[in-house]
Structure formats: C-alpha cells, structure tokens
Design a binder for this molecule. Structure first.
Ligand code: CTP
Length: 215
C-alpha cells in the first residue's frame, strides 16, 4: 500500500517568536511510519515540528501550522491508499500574526487579549475527497465519554476506523504505554490496555491491511 502518515503537533504563530501548540511529541506517528516501512509499504510522512527520524526511503514533509499540514496532506492524499491521521492539529490559530515581536510594556492593564479563529478540520476535508478503496484512520483523544465521542467523530468525519486514546492520569504523549480502543465503521470496538506505541502501531496497520484485503 501507499501509506500516508500525519503526526506531531502543529504550531500556530502569534508573533515572530511566539506560538500556540500542544504536547504531542509525534512518537506514535513515528512508530506507525517505521512499522509501515518494515511491512514493505511505500510511506509518506507529514510531520509537525518534532525531532523525527525516518528510514531513508520514507518521503518526509515537515510542516509547522495546521494550514501548511492541510496543504501537504491534500497534495499527498490523492496518491495514498491509506491515511493514518495521528496529528494533534491545533484547532485554533491567531486571527492576526503580529509582524514584530510584541513588547512586554505598553499594554493596557498589562493584559494581552488574543483572538483565535478556527482551523479547518483537515481529515474531514480529506474524507470528502476520498476515492473508492482509500482507507482513512483517525484518532480521538478524549477525557470523558470516550467510546461515544469517538463513535460520533468516526461518523461525522466519515472515517473507516478511529483510534480512541484515553487521557487519564498520565497524558498519552511521549513514550509511556496507552489505553483505549479501535472502533470501525461497522461498529466493532477492540480495546487495548497499556500497550506500547510500537504495539499499537502494529494493531493499527493490521486493521488497515485487513480492510484493504491484504490479510
Ligand atoms: N483533526 C483534523 N483537523 C483538526 C482537528 C483534528 O484533521 N483541525 C483530526 C485529528 O488528527 C484526529 C481527529 O481529527 O485524527 C480527531 O481529533 P480530536 O482532536 O480528537 O478531535 P476534534 O475534531 O479536534 O474535536 P474536539 O476538539 O471537539 O474533541
């Protein structure tokens, strides 16, 4: 398969030196890229700003903002058989990016109010461009009502499967084990409990290969 993986955070600038972002470290994305490559798939990787290392034959596009990620994915998506959208896209960006560094002084009441505007839902937009046979797998990071929220996202974003990761005591970013479930559009729910990101990467690719009729 031609596999397209998106991962890592996005970074939304406020001025030339400051930005809004999130805690994603892109570890799961990297594991998916490595596993897909190990299984002999052709891999393209769109990654937000994290330290990313990939096998030589993997085509890597590094992006910063959600809008750049959307452009890179739109370009790659038509060539892909499978998209695994593990990116932690910032849902909002600054309405205006200041051209000069905002100075510490000179603010009324020492307060700086930022107006944020919504970023596009990248995967939902790609799902609307989907051709028959393409497989889309998304993620759902939830703090409550995990399964029902993930199911709603699966439907609303028109995905083939969604990987619910639960945000419990420890944030599911970085190298620690994670728990959650893989849900598919036919209604099946397959839980996973405290697995490493390498193990989860294998399960996700097995689900995709099965859907593609390769297993
Ligand atoms: N996603 C996306 N574009 C966005 C936000 C999310 O493509 N602007 C993708 C994520 O990569 C993930 C899925 O949509 O595969 C769900 O992301 P999540 O952050 O769980 O959900 P949101 O759609 O942002 O909804 P909410 O913030 O209300 O939970």
């Amino acid at each position: 398969m031609r596999v397209l993986v998106a991962s890592g955070p996005t970074r939304e600038p406020i001025d030339p030196v400051r930005y809004i972002s999130n805690r994603s470290a892109g570890v799961l994305g990297q594991a998916i890229v490595q596993e897909a490559h190990r299984r002999g798939h052709r891999v393209a990787w769109v990654t937000g700003p994290v330290a990313a290392s990939a096998p030589k034959t993997v085509r890597v596009a590094s992006v910063e903002t959600a809008l750049q990620m959307q452009t890179a994915l739109r370009r790659e998506f038509r060539k892909a058989d499978l998209l695994v959208m593990a990116a932690a896209v910032a849902d909002f960006r600054a309405q205006k990016v200041a051209k000069q560094k905002r100075k510490r002084g000179g603010l009324p009441n020492k307060k700086w109010t930022l107006t944020l505007v919504q970023n596009p839902d990248i995967i939902a937009g790609l799902a609307r461009m989907k051709r028959p046979g393409q497989i889309l797998i998304g993620f759902a990071l939830e703090t409550q009502d995990g399964i029902s929220s993930a199911r709603a996202k699966l439907k609303q974003k028109q995905l083939d499967a969604i990987v619910l990761t639960k945000l419990t005591q420890s944030v599911p970013f970085g190298h620690q084990p994670i728990s959650g479930a893989i849900l598919d559009r036919e209604g099946s729910v397959t839980p996973f409990h405290r697995v490493s990101k390498q193990v989860l990467a294998r399960r996700i690719l097995s689900v995709a290969e099965e859907r593609a009729g390769l297993r």
